[in-house]
Design a protein around this ligand. Sequence first.
Ligand SMILES: [Zn+2]
Length: 310
Amino acid sequence: MSALGPSTVAALCAPVGLLIGSFLNVVIWRVPRGESVMRPASHCPNCQQPVRPLDNIPVLSWIMLRGRCRTCSTSIAWRYPAVELGCALLFAAVGARLHDSWALFGYLVLAAALLALSVIDIDHFLLPNRVIYPSAAIVVTLLAVASAAEGDWDSLGRAALGAAIDFAIFFIIWFIAPSAMGFGDVRLAALLGFALGWISWPALWIGIFLPFLFGTVGGIAMAAPIVLLPMAAGALSGWLGGVGFIESISGAEPVDPRQTQVMFAVAGAVFLGALVYLTLSILRRVERGRHIPFGPYLAVGAMAAVFALA
Ligand SMILES: [Zn+2]
């Protein structure tokens, strides 16, 4: 698309990310509470005093005011500047990755939506339609424009199929085990299927697979953190020994050594982790399953697939 290099586009995207992050803070606080994101203007939740424009500069104002309201000195959560900074870093990374693609704008909107949805899901176990639907409309429109600009209609067709496939997979899981996830996850999966399908088929499959991998590791980490040790050991031995193992049984070097390493690392982590986890469950040393939100895993898995394959 442009002649601008990755670092230039990253530097242009970062300040936009700061401002969008500031808006996401409003969305994260107000949407789950059923309030308007437009009115009233930002105010202190404690003393209701409107925030002055100079005190509303992303990250900087929070540091200058030492995390306190100027009027009543009530403390302002560190999460506000963290979301702004996180959004800036995310925008810089997406900008660097997609600096020469018209699809850049669609994936910036996707990244912002996923950041807001992840935080809301962690707080409220909720993926609000008021965030998913507008985000989906904008992402679909921007990626359709990107297809038109690049004359690449295959991407758009693949995206539509990706949305249907990802929706179907999550719908079946939700239908079979409604306690495992909410219907918001099914709706979000359709949007992610569209965005990942637009990139390529491998991006779609990896974007569908990764959230389950991350979710399993995250769930295990919360229920029995000790299991992370054998998982790490299994991953390391798989990574180091995978290629040698293939050579010793087949007598030849594997076709794709890096792919072999990744496969053996995942297999090693799953095998040793499952072994220790099952042993602990039999000995009843594992806490019973706690409900954890799946939205953040969907978001991280999808963004990992975007960065790896876009
Ligand atoms: Zn105040």
